[in-house]
Ligand binder design. Structure first.
Ligand SMILES: [Zn+2]
Length: 433
């Protein structure tokens, strides 16, 4: 468990403004055995393809073999919900010009695919319709891509896991055992890329194949409206591939659509070190004012690799993949780091806490005066001078629009020395129901 938590803590990002967002690589390794590389989000408008590997990163533990996860390959496009803001990234693997904006990402992922440790690569998509080997109607036909395991050719001679068709058939057969609906059955689609498909010759999987390394695309259907259904099938299929490769895993949830739905609804956390606060993104309000920010540099981390903070004109957009979580309206400050402990009264009881803590109170709180510091409770306006040192504050004293959560019970308490920001506490009033 520790190893797994650690790997997610490395998702600390520093962005100079205007630069692109880079994908994450999360390696879950047992040390020996085969290695599966899962690549999600090559197409930014196919959320099944990136929320599934996000859950792999957050909730799976590898007992034997190795799992490498790139949940967000085309991160800039994911954040815009667009297939490819610089054109179709999955048509850039045969040839790409150095001036192409996707050049670095495509070059780096090629290296990862060809890494000697990687035995097999999966490229995740949501595709149109439901693939069938005969033409039934507009949705179910040979041209559709959805609910299919895609291969470029039947096999790669002499390669480990080179029996592409055989493996795909086995995986599909197992995935098809308990479907949410019968029409969701997975089928094998062989694009016979070398002979028949010029477009697919430029794809990620064909690049891998032509380098003698097995690769498959997994396509769930865009015509299933629920994201949780797509993610459910992606995870199911990935698990079947891990079985084929003898990669042993555990997960901390039941793989059922409604459970997956709940996990997707958990947006994870956002830590902005300069504020010393960890925000729970699932509860965050759509707009938060007076949020302390450093004008020159944005540093943050999350336990969700799809989380990004984007500067957009005079505010910061907090994104979870293609979902806008919240807009932070910045209060630009200089920062001062010396304050570490705060003494306060929680419901009349004295207590000392670290700066950055989320404090639960029933009825009231009072921050004890701190020598040389000003205390600003955002949403409290009675004093007029903006210093709430030593004042007992109840929920009724606070203006709801300043709360930072949807239930309007959590408020920021900010500390200043002269004009410098020294950190904050969040105070949450417990639900009295
Ligand atoms: Zn796609």
């Amino acid at each position: 468990m520790n190893k797994f938590v650690l790997s997610l803590c490395f998702l600390l990002s520093t962005y100079a403004f205007g630069t692109n967002f880079h994908y994450s690589t999360i390696k879950k390794e047992s040390g020996s055995g085969s290695t599966l590389l899962v690549v999600g989000g090559i197409h930014g408008d196919e959320p099944g393809g990136y929320f599934a590997p996000m859950l792999l990163a957050k909730h799976y533990k590898i007992e034997s073999g190795n799992l490498w996860i790139v949940p967000n390959l085309n991160f800039d496009s994911i954040l815009k919900g667009a297939r490819g803001i610089n054109g179709d990234m999955n048509r850039k693997f045969a040839k790409i010009e150095t001036k192409d904006k996707d050049f670095d990402i495509v070059t780096e992922i090629k290296k990862l695919i060809l890494h000697p440790k990687v035995d097999l690569t999966l490229n995740l998509h949501d595709g149109q319709g439901f693939y069938r080997d005969k033409n039934i109607d507009k949705l179910f036909n040979q041209k559709a891509w959805g609910q299919a395991t895609i291969i470029d050719q039947q096999q790669i001679p002499n390669a480990k896991y080179g029996n592409l068709a055989e493996i795909a058939k086995k995986v599909n057969k197992e995935t098809n055992v308990d479907l949410l609906e019968d029409v969701h059955e997975f089928n094998l689609k062989d694009t016979d890329t070398r002979k028949q498909d010029k477009a697919m010759q430029q794809s990620l999987t064909y690049f891998s194949i032509t380098n003698g390394k097995p690769a498959f695309a997994i396509e769930t259907s865009k015509n299933m409206t629920e994201l949780s259904q797509k993610v459910f099938y992606q995870l199911k299929t990935i698990e079947k591939f891990m079985n084929v490769m003898n990669i042993k895993f555990t997960r901390d949830f039941e793989l059922e659509q409604m459970v997956v739905k709940k996990l997707i609804a958990n947006y994870g956390t956002l830590e902005i070190p300069v504020t010393k606060i960890t925000l729970d993104l699932s509860t965050l309000k759509s707009t938060i004012g007076f949020f302390p920010m450093n004008k020159d540099k944005l540093v943050y981390s999350s336990n969700n690799p799809l989380v990004a903070v984007i500067k957009d004109k005079d505010e910061y957009k907090v994104m979870n993949g293609n979902i806008l979580v919240s807009r932070l309206k910045p209060d630009y400050n200089e920062f001062e780091n010396s304050l570490s402990d705060i003494t306060l009264q929680i419901d009349g009881k004295k207590s000392t806490v670290k700066v950055g803590t989320l404090i639960s109170v029933k009825n009231s709180f009072l921050i004890e005066p701190i020598n040389g510091h000003r205390i600003n409770v955002i949403g409290y306006s009675k004093t007029g001078v903006g210093n709430e040192s030593g004042i007992k504050i109840e929920l009724k004293d606070l203006i709801k629009t300043y709360a930072i959560d949807k239930s309007e019970t959590t408020y920021m308490v900010q500390f200043y020395k002269d004009k410098k920001f020294c950190g904050m506490l969040n105070i949450k009033f417990e639900d009295k129901k």
